[in-house]
Design a protein around this ligand. Sequence first.
Ligand code: PAF
Length: 286
Amino acid sequence: MRIARTHAELDALLEQHLHAGERIGLVPTMGALHEGHLSLIRAAKDACAVVVVSIFVNPLQFTDENDLAAYPRDDERDLDLAHREGVELVFLPPVAEMYPEGATTTVTVGPPLTDVLEGAARPGHFDGVATVVAKLFNAVRPDATFFGQKDAQQVAVIRKLIAELSYPIELVVCPTVRDAEGLALSSRNSRLTPEQRPAALSLHRALQDGERVLTGGGDLEVAEKQMWATLSSTPGVQPDYARAVDPETFESPRGGEVLLVIAALVGKARLIDNLVVELPSEKGNR
Ligand code: PAF
C-alpha cells in the first residue's frame, strides 16, 4: 500500500493506473475507520482495479470548533486497517495541502436540499463537504466513488454535485452497517458512554416504528409523529428531527420510495439514521 501526502505524490502514484486505463475507485473518509468504511472499501475492491482511500478530517465541514477538535484521529490504526483490506493507495494530505493559505474558492450545492435537516442544524456543512469532495474527485479522477447510505443527505448532495458539475463518476451507495443491536455504525458512537448506548438504540427503533406505520397504510404525518414519540419518550434522548422525505430532494415525498430520517442528541453525540420505505399505495401526497 502506498501513501501520498501531497497532490504531486498522488499524481506520481496514480499515473501508471490512469495511463493503463484501470478502473479507479475512491472511498473518501475522515478516518476513524469502522466496519461501515470497511464495507465501502470492500465494495470498491470488488468493482475496481485500484482503490484509493482518502483520510482527511475536513475543517470546512465542521460548524463547531470543539466538534472538530474532538473528532477521533488515529492515522496509524486507519492505515493498518486499509492495508489489511488490500487498499492500493491512501491519500492522507495535511490541511495546508487541501486548503493552501489564502484559498477562498468553495463549491456550493444550492438549496433547498442543503438548507434543510442536517443543513439547517449545521449551516455551511454541505458547502464544506461539496468543496472537499470536488477537490478529491479532481485529485484522484476516479471512475467510481463509494458512499454510505447512513449519511443519506450527504449522498443526495454528492449525487447532485456529480450530475451538475458533470463528473464522469459512478456514485455507488452502500447499505448502512449496524451493530448486533441495530445501532448504525458511526465514528460519533465513540462519544457514547456505555450507559448511553440503550438510549442510542432508540434511533433505529424509531425508524422501525415509522416504517410499521407506513407499511400498515398510515400517513406520513402519523409516521413522523410516531418516530418523534419513540425518540422523545426515551430517557437521555433529545430529538432534533423525525421526517419522511423524498430520498433525492429531501422535500415532500411524491410516492414510491420514502426516506425516514431522524437526528437526535444522546449525551454529547449527535446521531443520525435513516431508512428507505417503499410505500404500499398512493401515500406520497400530503
Ligand atoms: O462522510 C464523511 O466522512 C465526509 O463527509 C467525507 C465524505 C469524507 C467528506 O469529508
